[in-house]
Design a protein. Sequence first.
Length: 143
Amino acid sequence: MTSAAYDDSNIFAKILRGEIPSHRIYEDDHTVAFMDVMPQAPGHVLVVPKAPSRNIFDADPTVLAQTIPVVQKIAKAVKEAFDADGVLICQFNEPAAGQSVFHLHFHVIPRHEGVALKPHSGKMEDGGVLAANAEKIKGELGN
Ligand code: DGP
């Protein structure tokens, strides 16, 4: 079965164009990282390539190669910022796999021993909490 085409009205395309706000923690020529508004744990970040693709299936391998080093950088920063025991990295492709926003993105989620992961796309977090968590991570990134 083929995937639907990329649709630039998705919420992350709007964030990338600056049409709706986000708590950005990192940006370079190819990639943006911002706080997930429905975090599965405090410090849950989304790493988003600027180039349009719906998910892994239509992504340009060059874009993937540019994105993974940023995922690594953010994983290290959230581990330090939240004193995490581990970091979960995940990425969903198509609704059957749990994808709800159709612009390629990687989830970077700090984990602590014995603390359960909150549901995927669950409860909206308070903006002040997201802002404070973004500042913690930016501090680790040195910006
Ligand atoms: P998924 O497509 O299943 O990988 O999940 C999309 C994630 O995006 C989910 O964890 C919730 C989050 N999310 C949904 N809408 C927004 C939004 O408007 N802003 C931000 N920062 N995150 C969002």
